[in-house]
Design a protein around this ligand. Structure first.
Ligand code: NAD
Length: 330
């Protein structure tokens, strides 16, 4: 009777995408709260290293599976978090049809599991649902400016479809689903080659390679440290009543890409210099969350300043990059 042996209020939690960057931090946080965690991942963009320390934990179970094919998991759960989806543009564009199917068929399969168990559901959506926004900062009511036929559509439109599925299930009173619109998040366990701006710049600086900036570098981004995001996800699935609407989770501090590169150059001892490359298609110019809803409903607010989070992330890359490079050359 595993459930009885756990702390009062502890839950059985399914984390899809739990071997990924955010998902593995979420698994850690849930286990620390005393929850039992069932992690599903197909290792498409996640890494066994992220969950290796958890494999012998008595409250952790790992299922290697693709959520597009998932029928069930053979035990009831209280909460389902759906984080399964490649999240960086080169990775989600590598197989765009699979990305779209992960968002639609995969989310449908996980919602069915939640429905069967009467479990609460949290969908990891994204600021990309706002596309290249013409309103700034982005509030949840803004409907976005997405190119539905462009190379990013498999992700942007896939995530929009997944949100629609969740709210259809809520309206039909079939699943208590919540939607987090996550803005750029960074921290230890980001992949060095995932094409995201912070990992790119840190790895380039540590390796003494030129720091690549796409376009002029005047485009802005906001960056949320992973522990802040995980706290927001856990608050959102636990809040009563269901907000019944998406909730932005991100750090409203706004920096140009050039400012970020300059912070990296100050932080990492390096011979690297900045180089500019052409801007990719559909790259948003400005991105900054309005988090009034998360503040009001969840009492949530990010705590880690970019300089502190960058330092923690740089330290992690310093410690692990040699091993990561060795693993890929052997
Ligand atoms: P990640 O790529 O590190 O993690 C995604 C995980 O999902 C990986 O472990 C991958 O192997 C797994 N996965 C992908 N497709 C799958 C499938 N079909 N079946 C089973 N597992 C599958 O990305 P992340 O940064 O940890 O992002 C987690 C979630 O948060 C994603 O849904 C992403 O869209 C969302 N999000 C992240 C950010 C961010 O800045 N990190 C921003 C917005 C939204």
């Amino acid at each position: 009777m595993l459930q009885r042996a756990r702390k009062e209020n502890s839950k059985v939690v399914l984390v899809a995408g739990g071997a990924g960057f955010v998902g593995s931090h979420l698994c850690d946080a849930l286990l620390s709260r005393g929850d039992r965690v069932i992690c599903i991942d197909n290792y498409l963009t996640g890494s066994p290293d992220n969950v290796l320390p958890l494999m012998n934990h008595p409250s952790f179970r790992f299922i290697e599976a693709d959520i597009c094919e998932l029928q069930g998991i053979g035990e009831p759960v209280d909460h389902v978090y759906n984080l399964a989806c490649a999240a960086s543009p080169p990775q989600y564009q590598a197989d765009p049809v699979h990305t779209m199917m992960t968002c639609v068929a995969g989310t449908r399969n996980l919602l069915s599991i939640a429905e069967q168990c009467g479990a609460r559901f949290l969908q990891a959506s994204t600021s990309e649902v706002y596309g290249d926004p013409v309103e700034h900062p982005q509030q949840e009511d803004y409907r976005g400016n997405v190119n539905c036929t462009g190379p990013r559509a498999c992700y942007d439109e896939g995530k929009r479809a997944a949100e629609a599925l969740c709210f259809d299930m809520v309206r039909a009173d079939r699943v208590d689903a919540r939607v987090a619109r996550i803005f750029n998040t960074y921290g230890p366990r980001m992949q060095r080659h995932d094409g995201r701006i912070i990992s790119n710049l840190l790895v380039q600086a540590i390796s003494h390679e030129p720091l690549t900036i796409y376009g002029t570098g005047e485009q802005t981004r906001s960056f949320c440290f992973v522990s802040d995001l995980v706290a927001g996800l856990i608050a959102l699935i636990n809040v009563d009543p269901n907000p019944g609407a998406p909730v932005n989770l991100g750090n409203p501090g706004e920096f140009t890409v050039l400012e970020l590169a300059e912070m990296v150059l100050l932080m990492v001892s390096t011979t690297s210099k900045i180089v500019h490359r052409p801007l990719p298609q559909d790259d948003p110019q400005r991105r900054r969350p309005d988090i009034s809803r998360a503040r009001a409903l969840l009492g949530w607010e990010p705590k880690i300043h970019l300089s502190e989070g960058l330092r923690l992330t740089a330290d992690w890359f310093h410690a692990t990059l040699p091993r990561q490079l060795q693993a890929c050359s052997s």
